[in-house]
Design a protein around this ligand. Structure first.
Ligand SMILES: [Fe+2]
Length: 405
């Protein structure tokens, strides 16, 4: 009897189109490939390390935000412990906001008043912009609040650090949930193209915007260490050893917009703005991640860019500081001056890692935004209270057209 072909049988999927000319580089940095690429490029042109730095870029940068992980010895150096009195003040602010009966977008310094804690949070905001660039607030009693109350407390406290609250997506969401969503959101069209929604390692990158806040609602069973690294420290190393790559980093790069219109954007990865070294990039925009491969209809990155991208990562890793999240911690970081990453992790039972992110800005303390980033920053922070959405449960960020990002 001959084999029958059922009507439900489908043809094998067509191979995904590739970005022609793209260097052999993936989302997960491969040190052997990096070393081989460097050796190849230096063999082709041994004068690369002797090239001058681009005009206006310093031989070395300094200040409190230029540090190495080994400079920090104890978490008491960056953890601010909230006292019982301060926690009581937070509860009174929560009750006050609730009494106003306003939508959550109206949470601000006035509607969430903190008579004594506000000045402390301002000093900590100064640490973000003029000091080491990060701190941890410990700890919010997560379990005593409903999810809605927690959102009010989190956004309320954070408004005293930076009153500008950025949009996380095209739908006005100001809260983003960082959690493994591969099972709960397996139906998502286009799949998951961002390591933030998996248990996978997230390589060094920056978010867009000035400040990032991450509230730990729950921690994982194993792994998931959060890593920070000073962009200035990484800059100094590259400027000293490979000034030619500083030129590469400050020139335009083709960022994949993953189906956006236009399909790619061009801007530098590195800026020297008003005395501040700023690195602003996400590796997946140059390599793709997971099911989101680099788009086929856009230019590839160059071999020099591939080398620079790996060098950023490996120096950031070398000079990084690892921070463990505790349930109830809020980690605040300056994303203009620090790179961040996350180790892979394992969830078990109730120990399911769940962070909630805000993007903030303190207009009075902020660094000058580099010109090529101004439009993005304007869009990010043009977010009137009535348009702000506070998703209380995890969802995947969407662009205005509905595509995932
Ligand atoms: Fe991030």
């Amino acid at each position: 009897m001959s084999a029958t072909v059922t009507l439900t049988e489908t043809a094998p999927p067509a191979p995904a189109p590739v970005c022609v000319g793209q260097p052999d580089i993936q989302y997960h940095p491969d040190e052997a490939k990096f070393r081989a690429r460097t050796a190849r490029r230096l063999a082709e042109d041994p004068t690369l390390p002797q090239r001058p730095l681009p005009e206006g870029f310093p031989a070395q940068t300094g200040g409190p935000i230029v540090w190495e992980g080994k400079d920090w010895t104890d978490e008491s150096q960056w953890v601010y412990n909230l006292s019982d009195d301060q926690l009581a003040e937070i509860d009174r602010a929560l009750a006050h906001f609730e009494s106003l009966d306003k939508p959550l977008g109206f949470i601000n310094r006035e509607t969430f008043p903190l008579p004594t804690l506000s000045a402390e949070l301002w000093k900590l905001a100064e640490v973000l912009y003029s000091g080491r660039g990060f701190f941890v607030l410990r700890e919010i009693p997560i379990d005593k609040y409903s999810r809605r109350e927690l959102a009010i407390v989190y956004a309320g406290l954070s408004s005293h650090v930076g009153s500008g609250r950025g949009k996380q997506d095209g739908t006005g969401a100001v809260l983003a949930h960082i959690k493994d969503l591969r099972v709960s959101h397996a139906h998502e069209k286009g799949g998951i193209g961002n390591a933030a929604y998996t248990t996978d390692k997230q390589v060094f990158h920056t978010d867009i915007g000035d400040l990032i806040a991450l509230l730990g609602i729950q921690t994982s069973a194993h792994g998931g260490v959060s890593r920070l690294s000073s962009s200035g420290r990484v800059y100094n190393e590259i400027a000293k050893t490979r000034p030619d790559l500083i030129t590469v980093l400050k020139d335009n790069w083709p960022l994949d917009r993953f189906g956006g219109d236009p399909p790619y954007a061009e801007r530098p990865v590195l800026y020297n703005e008003d005395g501040h070294i700023v690195i602003q990039y996400s590796r997946r925009h140059f390599t793709g991640f997971g099911t989101q491969l680099r788009s086929a209809n856009i230019p590839p990155i160059s071999e020099a860019q591939a080398e620079a991208l790996d060098m950023l990562h490996f120096y950031a890793e070398k000079f990084s500081l690892g921070l463990n999240f505790k349930k109830g911690d809020i980690q605040y970081i300056n994303s203009m001056g620090l790179l961040h990453a996350r180790d892979a992790f394992i969830d078990e039972g109730v120990h399911t890692r769940h962070l909630v992110r805000l993007w903030l800005r303190n207009d009075e303390l902020a660094w000058k935004t580099p010109k090529p980033l101004e439009k993005t920053w304007r869009t990010l922070y043009s977010n009137p209270p009535e348009d702000q959405r506070f998703p209380l449960e995890p969802e995947i960020r969407r662009m205005a057209g509905g595509a995932t990002k």
